[in-house]
Design a protein around this ligand. Structure first.
Ligand SMILES: Cc1cc2nc3c(=O)[nH]c(=O)nc-3n(C[C@H](O)[C@H](O)[C@H](O)COP(=O)(O)OP(=O)(O)OC[C@H]3O[C@@H](n4cnc5c(N)ncnc54)[C@H](O)[C@@H]3O)c2cc1C
Length: 618
C-alpha cells in the first residue's frame, strides 16, 4: 500500500465510521449501472417514473426492506448514495423502506394476518407511501383529522376525510397506475371516543388505478424532482381491523371493544410515529452525501479551470485566496457535519428502541444543522462553478433542490430546533454559570479556546433565555414569554449543535492513524471552529471573550488557515470514495473540456470516439 493509499484508507475509515466496505461499497457499485446515467430531455413525469424504475433496480440489487430496516446503518447508507445520481430516488426509497415498511415492522411485526401485505411491500410488488401530513396539518401533524371509525359489527374501520383540511398532502399518490399500499395516519374513533392517531395499512392503487373510495390528485410541479407528490382523500373506505398497526399501543377485548394502552394520546402519537427519528438520520445522511459530492465536484473543477491572474495568465481558480475562503470552509462544514452525524448515528444504534429525550434532541440538532449547513455549502459550490454549476448534469444544482426538501421534510428545521431549545431551557440548571474565557494572550487557533468560546456562548444564552422566560411582566402568558425568548432559544440550540459537531470533529482527528490525516483534519477542524466563531464575533467581543484585536484578526487567520489546508485538499476529498466515473459530472472529470464536449456532442468529428473517460479511483 502506498503512503497515499494509507492516508486515504484512514480518512475513509473515519468518514464512514469503519463501515465503508461492509455497508457502503456495494451501494456505490450498484450506482455505476448505466441506468443511472444522466438523461436529457425528460419531462418531469418521465423523470419521476425513471426514479421509480431506479428504485426498483436498487431494491433488486441491495436487499429487501425487511433486512435493511433491521440494519439501520444500511438504511442510512441507502439514504446517502442514490440521491447523488437521482435526487428523487432518495424520497422514494426512504418513504418505502423507513417510513412505511419500518412502521409496519415496528407495529405489525411478523403478524401472520398481515403477511400478504408485508410480503408485497417487502418484494416491492407495491410501493409504500406514508400519509401523515394533511393540507391543514404540517408541523402540527399531531392534530391531523383523517378519521378511522371502528365498526364492531363487522370488525372493520371506515376511513374518511371529513373536509379539505384533512386531505393527505405531499405523500406519493400521483401515479395512480403504480400499485401502492400506504401507511395512513388516522384518528381512531371507537365507541364515539377519539383515541388519538394510529397507523393503518391501506391499499391505495393497483395496476388498474385507485382502489374503491380512494381519491387522489397530483400536486403541482416542482423544480427538478418529477415525483408524484399528491393530495389524497378517503370516502368511507373500509379496511379490516387487522390493518390497524397497533403494536403495543392498545388492544381489543374479547367482545370486540377497543382499549388503548395506558398513557396519554401524545405519548401514543409519538410511539406511532416511531420511524421519524431514524428518518431524520436518513435525511441528514442524504444531506451530507450531497455536501460531500458538491465540494468534491467544485474543488476538482477549481483545480483545473484556468483564469487570469496578475503576471500569471493561466492560473487555476483555486489558487485565489477568495476561492479558497469560499470552498475550504465549505469542506470544513462537510467534515464537521459528517462527524456530527456519525456521532448521532452511533448514539441511535446504541438504543434504537428506547429514544431518550437527550437522544431525540441530538437527532433533531443533527438534522437541522446538517441540512442547513449543506444548503449553504451547495449554494456556495454552485456559484463557484460559474455557468457550469447551473447544469443538472453537473449535479450541484439538483442537490440544491434536494436540500430544500430536506430542510422541510420530516420536521421543519426551525420547528425542530425550537422544540429542542424549549427542552434545553426546561432542563435542570447544572451548577454555576460558565465564566467568559479570558482571551488575553490566547492564540486564535488554540483548540481549547474554540471549545471554551462555544461552550460559554451556549451556557450564557441558555441562562439568558431561561431568565427571559421566567422574569417577564406579571400576567404574561406562556406564549408571550416564549415569543419573547424564541430567537435566543434558537441560538442556544444552534450553538449546542455546533459545539457537539466540533467535539466530534476533534475526536475524529485525534483518532487518525497517519500523521498527515491528523494534521489535515486538525487544520480543517480549526477552520470550522473559526468560521463558527466569526458568525458571532460581535457577541464574543461585547462579552470580553475576544479582544478587539482578535475579533479583527479572524478573517486574516481564516485566510492563513486556507493556505495551510490547500496542499491537503486532494487527500481530503479522496477519502469520500467519490469518483468522476460515479458522478458522471463533466466538470469533475480529469479533463472537463473533453468531458463536456462529449456530453454536449460538441467534439470535433476527428476526435477519437473513445477519448479517455475521466476515470476516477473507486
Ligand atoms: C419533498 C417533500 C416530501 C414530503 N413527503 C411527505 C410524505 O411522503 N408523507 C407525508 O406525510 N408528508 C410529506 N411531506 C410533508 C412534510 O412532512 C411537511 O412538509 C413538514 O412536516 C412541514 O409541514 P408544512 O410543510 O406544512 O410546513 P408548515 O407547518 O406550514 O410550516 C411553514 C413555516 O412555518 C414555520 N412554523 C410552523 N410551525 C411553527 C411553530 N410552531 N413555531 C415556529 N414556526 C413554525 C415553519 O418553520 C415553516 O417555515 C413532504 C414534504 C416535502 C418537502
Amino acid at each position: 500500500m502506498t503512503r497515499d493509499d494509507a492516508h486515504r484508507t484512514d480518512l475513509t475509515r473515519l468518514l464512514f465510521d469503519g463501515t465503508y466496505e461492509e455497508i457502503h461499497a456495494d451501494i456505490r457499485e450498484a450506482l455505476l449501472d448505466p441506468l443511472f446515467d444522466a438523461r436529457e430531455g425528460l419531462t418531469l413525469q418521465e423523470a419521476g417514473r425513471l426514479a421509480y424504475e431506479r428504485s426498483r433496480f436498487l431494491h433488486g440489487k441491495l436487499g429487501r426492506p425487511r433486512e435493511v430496516v433491521r440494519a439501520p446503518r444500511r438504511l442510512f447508507a441507502l439514504a446517502e448514495w442514490p440521491s447523488l445520481l437521482d435526487v428523487s430516488v432518495f424520497s422514494l426509497l426512504m418513504v418505502h423502506y423507513n417510513l412505511c415498511f419500518g412502521t409496519v415492522l415496528d407495529h405489525g411485526g411478523d403478524r401472520p394476518d398481515l403477511r400478504e401485505h408485508v410480503d408485497g411491500l417487502d418484494a416491492l410488488r407495491s410501493f409504500g407511501p406514508y400519509m401523515a401530513t394533511e393540507l391543514g396539518y404540517g408541523n402540527n401533524v399531531a392534530s391531523l383529522r383523517t378519521e378511522a371509525v371502528y365498526d364492531p359489527v363487522d370488525g372493520t374501520f371506515v376511513l374518511n376525510t371529513p373536509d379539505a383540511l384533512a386531505q393527505k398532502f405531499m405523500s406519493y399518490s400521483g401515479f395512480t397506475d403504480v400499485p401502492k399500499t400506504a401507511v395512513v395516519m388516522a384518528r381512531l374513533i371507537a365507541d364515539g371516543s377519539d383515541h388519538g392517531v394510529f397507523p393503518f395499512l391501506v391499499p391505495i392503487s393497483d395496476a388498474h388505478g385507485l382502489c374503491a373510495g380512494v381519491r387522489a390528485a397530483p400536486c403541482p410541479e416542482k423544480p427538478v424532482q418529477g415525483l408524484d407528490n399528491g393530495v389524497t382523500w378517503f370516502d368511507h373506505v373500509r379496511v379490516p381491523r387487522r390493518n390497524l398497526l397497533l403494536g403495543e399501543m392498545g388492544g381489543f377485548t374479547e367482545d370486540g371493544a377497543f382499549r388503548p394502552a395506558p398513557g396519554n394520546q401524545r405519548k401514543r402519537f409519538l410511539r406511532a410515529m416511531s420511524r421519524i427519528q431514524p428518518g431524520r438520520l436518513c435525511v441528514s445522511s442524504s444531506a451530507v452525501g450531497a455536501g460531500r459530492a458538491s465540494v468534491y465536484i467544485a474543488l476538482r473543477y477549481a483545480a483545473q479551470r484556468l483564469t487570469n491572474a496578475p503576471g500569471r495568465p493561466d492560473t487555476p481558480i483555486l489558487a485565489y485566496r477568495s476561492h479558497q475562503a469560499a470552498l475550504f470552509p465549505a469542506l470544513a462544514k462537510v467534515y464537521a457535519m459528517t462527524f456530527l452525524l456519525n456521532h448521532a448515528k452511533r448514539e441511535f444504534l446504541a438504543s434504537p428502541d428506547a429514544i431518550t429525550a437527550d437522544l431525540n434532541n441530538l437527532i433533531s440538532l443533527t438534522k437541522a444543522l446538517s441540512t442547513w449547513e449543506m444548503t449553504e455549502v451547495v449554494a456556495v459550490c454552485r456559484e463557484r462553478c460559474g455557468a457550469q454549476g447551473i447544469f443538472s448534469v453537473n449535479r450541484i444544482a439538483d442537490y440544491g433542490s434536494l436540500l430544500q426538501g430536506l430542510v422541510t421534510a420530516e420536521g421543519d428545521n426551525q420547528v425542530l430546533l425550537a422544540t429542542t431549545a424549549a427542552q434545553l431551557l426546561a432542563s435542570r440548571d447544572d451548577g454555576a454559570a460558565r465564566p467568559a474565557p479570558d482571551p488575553a494572550g490566547r492564540d486564535l487557533l488554540e483548540p481549547a479556546l474554540h471549545a471554551e468560546l462555544l461552550g460559554y456562548r451556549e451556557d450564557s444564552l441558555r441562562r439568558a433565555a431561561r431568565a427571559e422566560m421566567t422574569d417577564g411582566p406579571d400576567g404574561q402568558t406562556y406564549f408571550d414569554a416564549w415569543n419573547g425568548t424564541v430567537n435566543t432559544a434558537l441560538a442556544v440550540a444552534r450553538t449546542r449543535g455546533a459545539r457537539v459537531a466540533l467535539e466530534s470533529f476533534r475526536a475524529a482527528a485525534a483518532d487518525a492513524r497517519t500523521e498527515e490525516v491528523r494534521e489535515a483534519l486538525g487544520l480543517l477542524a480549526s477552520l470550522y471552529a473559526l468560521t463558527e466563531i466569526q458568525r458571532d464575533a460581535g457577541w464574543y467581543l461585547a462579552r470580553g471573550a475576544l479582544t478587539a484585536g482578535q475579533a479583527e484578526e479572524i478573517p486574516a487567520r481564516i485566510d492563513a488557515l486556507c493556505a495551510r489546508v490547500h496542499p491537503h485538499v486532494p487527500l481530503l476529498i479522496d477519502g469520500f470514495r467519490l469518483s468522476p466515473e460515479l458522478l458522471r459530472a463533466p466538470i469533475a472529470a480529469d479533463d472537463y473540456v473533453a468531458a463536456f464536449q462529449r456530453l454536449a456532442g460538441a467534439a470535433p468529428a476527428d476526435a477519437p470516439a473513445d477519448a479517455p473517460a475521466a476515470a476516477g479511483r473507486s
